[in-house]
Design a protein around this ligand. Structure first.
Ligand code: PMP
Length: 437
């Protein structure tokens, strides 16, 4: 696992938590469900890279589309100009999203998508003459990327601690997750929807006329795969609508098939005012993110006598030709391979597979929704996360790529995973747990 040159100046993404510092794993090729390591081993990818390679690695249609586009036109600005594929991709995405969400703004990452949505939310109220509505509401345990906007609304204290001051005017909803109620539940837990009503308390304390938006991940991802209780998102939607607050779903993980439907908003039947997306949008092949906004949000800026000509937002690489080509080929792949249609069947098989780990050593909880799962382990005294970290290392040595999030093993395989491969993931984890103290 060692790097080719320990003295090389490459500064990798880091955590100051030394317990998680490990030599980088070096990969040199990828195909379908597998990575090839620098030392020639095949590793089954149970994380879809980093929750993004939803149709499997090096999908030929996507590779070809990127190659063709690179040979045709490398770059065009998206300020006052564009290229046809950007329009076609926006339309395809809008057609996948729930009705009413029909405008797509392109970014280059999930973090930029989140910052974009937060900026749009504030500006939306401003252009409507409601300049006091600036407050943003996030949620405990949430991850919304590494920009200052996303960090400010996110709810993982360790990520926020060292980078302040962050945005003021932010409050956080409590999280619904409580192990005592939740252990080994399948899909969405039946309890806890009432915790959405905490939003009503925040509204009463601050006054609705000061609140711009609420942002939540429909399924908390990096915080440990925590599905929303049945009815929770519906209640958030109802409270936001009643008070004129915009609701943003961060679907960077849940978008593009992860829950067996194009978006969690489709799968769970709740339509926000904006969706942020990235990752599976291009199957991980080229960086791209986006905000899918409602007609009402779009119209506030772009139509009517007070069109917001002085507002300014956009990126050099918004709607990059390579990303648009990859995005179009990705959607074609999902549709032609039937990955959305087969979602319910694949997700049901996945649920059966991961719950076979109930009773394995140290397993404290198992959660699943769509093609996501977390195996929560008992925390080792004085060393939270250590057992999960050691288990993930053993799985890697045994040929399966799994990720750690606190005391959880998290799983997010490509949607092309077969029942046999699901079995391999589960067997490898069970063996690793038997070897870790
Ligand atoms: N939001 C969510 C829910 C995410 O999971 C992530 C990335 N894991 C992001 C935002 C940030 O995306 P990126 O790393 O592409 O900036």
């Amino acid at each position: 696992r060692s790097a080719p040159n320990d003295l090389a100046p490459y500064w990798m993404p880091f955590s100051a938590n030394r317990a998680f510092k490990a030599d980088p794993r070096l990969f040199v090729a990828a195909d379908g469900m597998y990575y090839t390591t620098a030392d020639g081993r095949q590793v089954l990818d149970a994380m879809a890279g980093l929750w993004c390679v939803n149709a499997g690695h090096n999908q030929p249609r996507i590779v070809r589309a990127i190659q063709d586009q690179a040979a045709r036109m490398d770059y065009v600005s998206s300020f006052q100009m564009s290229h046809p594929a950007a329009f076609v991709l926006a339309e395809r995405i809008a057609n996948l999203a729930p009705a009413g969400l029909d405008r797509v703004f392109f970014t280059n990452s999930g973090s930029e998508a989140v910052d974009t949505a937060l900026k749009i939310a504030r500006a939306y109220h401003k252009v409507r003459g409601d300049a006091n509505r600036v407050k943003l509401i996030g949620r405990a345990k949430a991850y919304h990327g590494m920009g200052f906007g996303g960090l400010s609304v996110a709810g993982i204290p360790r990520h926020r601690r060292d980078f302040g001051p962050l945005l003021g005017d932010v409050d956080h909803l409590p999280h619904t997750h409580d192990l005592a109620h939740n252990a080994f539940s399948r899909g969405q837990p039946a309890w806890g929807a009432h915790l959405a009503d905490e939003l009503e308390n925040i509204v009463q304390i601050h006054d609705a006329s000061t609140i711009a938006a609420v942002i939540v991940e429909p399924v908390t991802g990096s915080g440990g795969v925590l599905p929303p209780p049945v009815g929770y998102l519906e209640r958030l939607r109802e409270i936001c609508t009643r008070h004129g607050i915009l609701l943003i779903f961060d679907e960077v993980i849940t978008g593009f098939g992860r829950l067996g439907a194009p978006f969690a908003s489709n799968a769970l039947g709740v339509t926000p005012d904006m969706i942020t997306c990235a990752k599976g949008m291009t199957n991980g092949a080229v960086p791209m993110g986006g905000v899918i906004a409602s007609t009402a949000v779009y119209d506030a800026f772009m139509t009517g006598p007070e069109a917001a000509v002085e507002l300014m937002h956009g990126y050099t690489y918004s709607g990059h030709p390579l990303a648009c080509a990859a995005g179009l080929a990705t959607i074609e792949t999902y549709e032609q391979e039937g990955l959305f249609d087969r979602g319910p069947e694949i997700c049901a098989a996945w649920e059966e597979a991961v719950h076979q780990l109930k009773g394995a050593p140290q397993v404290r909880d198992i959660r699943n929704i769509g093609l996501l799962a977390a195996i929560e382990l008992e925390s080792r005294d004085g060393a939270p996360g250590a057992r999960a970290g050691e288990t993930v290392n053993r799985c890697f040595d045994d040929g399966v790529l799994v990720r750690v999030a606190g005391d959880n093993l998290v799983l997010s395989p490509p949607l092309i995973i077969t029942p046999d491969q699901m079995g391999q993931v589960v067997d490898t984890i069970r063996t690793a747990l038997g070897e870790v103290a």
